[in-house]
Design a protein around this ligand. Sequence first.
Ligand code: CP
Length: 337
Amino acid sequence: MSKLAATSPALKTFHHLGELSIDEVRALSARALELRSGAAPANLSGRALGLLFLNPSLRTQASFQRAAQRLRMDLVNLQGDRLWALETRDGAIMDGAAAEHVREAAGVLGRYVDALGIRAFAGFRDLAEDLADPLLNGFRRHAGVPVINLESAMWHPCQALADWVTLEQLKVPRRAKFVLTWAWHPKPLPQAVPNSTLCMATQRGMEVVLLHPRGYDLHETVLAEARRLAEDSGGSLTVTDDRATAFAGASAVYAKSWCSLRHWSDPTAEAAFRAELRDWCVRPEHLAPGARFLHCLPVRRNVVVADAVLDGPASAVLEQAENRLHAQTAVLERIFA
Ligand code: CP
């Protein structure tokens, strides 16, 4: 284990990468790269990890299971479709669909495990509710054990850390140009990944360009957070809808689709709003010489990105996915440091 990693305090929660200092993120990244190079994981035998997935997952589920196995932890893996529907509102009169309040659900699981991972996407019913991240924050308040965000309405810190690790692994310079581009998708998707990607790249000190068509702004609180992180790290943030200028000279292009804040709870209006934007697909001509292509996966081929990019030498998507395992192993080690 690196000296900095070994001497840093235990993590009490892993909620949003931007809440960690740059030194803490660098230490986690360095440890993930050590693990990737074959360093032995810590022995956390006797500790139990709970994973609660209220939404589908391939990478997060498999990589956390594998990380727990490598750390010799016990694992409690729960799928939301086999659980009681959860209420999050304080003072709610629970005569509707929800049979259990997050206060009890979190409190009970906190009695069984030593750390708890929660996946709870945006519900797309009400923007203000999603901005408050009620399920994730309900578990953080009431579990009594460290809670790991496995992707909430607002943030996906495990993906962001793995992406930071990938940029280090690929030796993408810290001051290089990093483009986060919106892409067309047949369904409205949440903003947790673009929120976290934007903050990760600005926190790393990169020359960040947020590229999207008009109307696809990220929330003002996220933009303010990204600007704060850029100021702290010596990076920068530019927002544009001009694809030609944005892609020119970029070292990394990260594609992601997300729903417009204007039509958050109205998928029909959202579909109409984006109908003319199918051309927002990353193709080889968008990548500058030497640029790397990133995406968190799952990705829709020839919709979000062309086969020629995904199957070519620029693509780093499998490295990103592998780094989920190493980054999360490092996070679990730090929680139990
Ligand atoms: N990138 C990511 O979180 O993948 P899953 O949704 O499959 O876990």
